[in-house]
Design a binder for this molecule. Structure first.
Ligand code: C2E
Ligand code: CA
Ligand code: CA
Ligand code: CA
Length: 276
């Protein structure tokens, strides 16, 4: 009943064109978050579908505040995107990922690539390439150690800018990927304009592959299409051995999900991840 009341309250606020009380509290707390060291990156392994070896990791943002406690990215990222705070937060994320990439230089198993999530507003920001360049240079990392993940949302607006940014990233040696494929707004024709290196199949599709024929057919088609465009494929949200087996069989190169590991702090990341 309490939840219903709160939802009604938020709905009412939004109807009035005002921000919800929650959103205002988050917005206010976000203003101090970087200065107060409240952000942390955690890293989720992405493994080779056949060998199960660690190939790269995805960096995911965590935020714990003294006043609000733990707030998940699904809650605060959209607010930061709306009010522009995502630019400074995103800069911190790129810098931190570059520092971590540099720290992993000296792993006995060799360097590891870190995929970083970037919001649409960040990617089309005129300073974005400079931010990336400087983060890599300041950290002493290699451009090949970073991958930029974007969702279909960035492909909708300012297409020319996005094409230029993607090309520039590739020229500099960074990699790129298209996140949450299948859940967004884009038409397939976007894929021919934006030459992203990797396609990530959203876990909504991965979930169903061992349950129903239609999900399986869809994932098979996505993999075939990605491959025909020269992209490699990551399946997200792999939770069962059965799913992993089917995906490997379908020729999906890389797997990510709780079956292998949840996102973990850098120091907990194990060198050669394999399913238990
Ligand atoms: P995403 O980029 O699609 O990230 C994958 C999400 O799925 C992560 O949630 C991850 O913890 C979760 N996940 C991974 N494996 C599994 C699994 O096997 N099963 C299930 N059910 N979930 C799994 P998280 O960390 O809460 O992040 C949520 C979203 O917040 C991300 O979705 C991304 O869109 C956004 N986000 C996170 N960090 C950043 C960031 O640094 N910058 C930006 N712009 N967005 C971020
Ligand atoms: Ca992602
Ligand atoms: Ca995703
Ligand atoms: Ca997502």
């Amino acid at each position: 009943a309490k939840d219903r009341g709160r939802n009604r309250h938020e709905f009412f606020d939004e109807q009035m064109g005002a921000k919800s009380r929650d959103a205002l509290l988050i917005e206010e707390a976000l203003q101090q978050a970087i200065a107060n060291n409240e952000f942390q990156l955690v890293y989720q392994p992405i493994v080779d579908a056949r060998s199960r070896r660690l190939v790269k990791v995805e960096a995911l943002l965590r935020w714990r505040t003294p006043t609000l406690g733990f707030v998940g990215p699904d809650r605060f990222i959209p607010i930061a995107e709306d009010n522009g705070q995502i630019i400074s937060i995103g800069t911190w994320v790129v810098q931190e990922a570059a520092r971590q990439a540099r720290a992993w230089h000296s792993r006995p198993e060799g360097p590891i690539r870190i995929a970083v999530n970037v919001s649409a507003a960040q990617l089309v920001d005129p300073d974005f390439i400079d931010v990336v360049d400087r983060a890599i240079a300041d950290a002493g990392a290699a451009p090949t150690e970073l991958e930029i993940e974007m969702t279909e949302r960035v492909l909708i607006n300012e297409a020319d800018t996005v094409v230029r940014v993607i090309d520039t990233l590739h020229e500099k040696g960074l990699s790129t990927s298209l996140d949450d494929f299948g859940t967004g707004y884009s038409s397939l024709s976007y894929l021919t304009r934006f030459h992203l290196r990797t396609l990530k199949i959203d876990r909504a599709f991965v979930n169903g592959i061992d349950q129903d024929e239609r999900s399986l057919a869809l994932v098979r088609a996505i993999i075939a299409m990605g491959h025909s465009l020269g992209m490699s494929i990551v399946a997200e949200g792999v939770e069962t051995e059965n799913q992993a087996g089917i995906l490997a069989e379908l020729g999906c190169e890389y797997l990510q999900g709780y079956l292998f590991s949840p996102p973990v702090p850098a120091e907990k990341l194990i060198p050669n991840v394999s399913a238990a």
